[in-house]
Design a protein around this ligand. Structure first.
Ligand code: AHR
Length: 327
């Protein structure tokens, strides 16, 4: 458990300033509103769009003033956005790091400015855990494990060419991003249970549909006997479907496809049998993020790690839940 210690001091300063009738040059014109600076990764996937909507909606519902920045997939843009939030003296900074490493300097600047930081969705790789208050998001290693376990359980059906080996090509997420690193790790550890399953090629598709399509096209040209695609997200899996169909093959039948996310388009493809299995990654982090921010600013104890609850979907389950799916 971590305890927010700096906020009490900053809250006191705000109260003293308010009592004295003077206004500090903080980010908000309205002193009662919590001002959150949020530095988003970009708009690379259906998951990200749903995540951004959830954060914007929840901030409004909670009465926060949200300063939202889209880094367009670039770490340097996120660092600039965080520095600008510090300059504007926001009350709290939240962000989903594009990649895991390289954050210590800017997070130390936020700490020196007494602005608490909350990690959402993705972790940073830093030894100094005092640089952030808490980390809210999925267990990506577990997601990779669930994908691999399904393949182990369905190995016989997944040996599409019947040669006794199950050749898997992997479409990785953004290089250096926590979900790409962790999903690959979880998947590898689960498939180790069956020596017939092997990842024969693995390359980044950057979590985008175009990236997944292009990498799959090149795999189809260079790799023999592909039985299975493991895509680190739905969008890359959907791109792979386009490449497989363009090659005259039937996705879900001639090549099995496993993805992560369970966004609407992915679930539709699963319901149609073009994807075979999806591991859910929940993008609706907004309500929990606002709650955590309030707790941190109220100087309440918050857990170091808040893990999102998630499930998995087969074709039958996708058909059942699709009509009520929110994203
Ligand atoms: O960090 C979450 C991942 O980022 C999602 O699985 C992917 O779709 C997104 O781009």
């Amino acid at each position: 458990m971590v305890k927010k210690t700096v906020t009490a001091a900053s809250m006191l300063l705000v109260s003293v300033a308010a009592l004295a009738g003077c206004s500090d040059s903080d980010a908000s014109g309205d002193d009662d509103k919590i001002v959150m600076g949020f530095a988003q990764v970009g708009a690379e996937s259906g998951w990200r769009t749903a995540n951004t909507e959830s954060i914007k909606e929840s901030a409004e519902e909670a009465g926060f003033e949200l300063k939202f920045s889209d880094a367009q997939g670039k770490q340097e843009n996120q660092i600039k956005a965080i520095r600008s939030f510090i300059q504007q003296k926001v009350d709290v900074i939240a962000f989903s790091p594009v990649v895991e490493t390289g954050w210590d300097a800017v997070l130390q600047e936020a700490k020196r400015a007494n602005i608490p930081v909350i990690l959402t969705d993705r972790a940073v790789d830093s030894e100094d855990t005092s640089l952030y208050e808490t980390f809210l998001g999925s267990d990506f290693v577990l997601e990779g494990e669930k994908a691999g376990e399904w393949l182990v359980e369905n190995a016989a059906d997944s040996d599409v060419d019947g040669d006794g080996d199950i050749n898997v090509v992997q479409l990785e997420g953004t290089t250096g991003a926590a979900p790409a690193i962790d999903r690959a790790e979880g998947f590898a550890s689960a498939i180790a249970a069956d020596p017939a399953i092997e990842v024969t090629a693995s390359q980044t598709g950057d979590f985008t549909r175009d990236g997944g399509k292009q990498v799959m096209e090149s795999f189809l040209n260079s790799e023999d006997g592909i039985d299975v695609v493991f895509a680190h997200n739905d969008d890359m899996g959907l791109g792979a479907i386009e490449a497989i169909e363009a090659a005259g093959l039937e996705p879900g039948v001639d090549v099995k496809i496993i993805t992560v996310d369970a966004v609407h388009d992915g679930m539709e493809a699963l319901a149609e049998g073009k994807i075979n299995f999806i591991v859910e990654c929940n993008p609706l982090l907004g309500p929990q993020l606002m709650e955590l921010a309030e707790q941190v600013l109220d100087d309440e104890e918050v857990p170091e790690r808040v893990v999102t609850e998630e499930t998995t979907f087969t074709q039958e389950q996708a058909i059942e839940v699709l009509p009520d799916r929110k994203y």
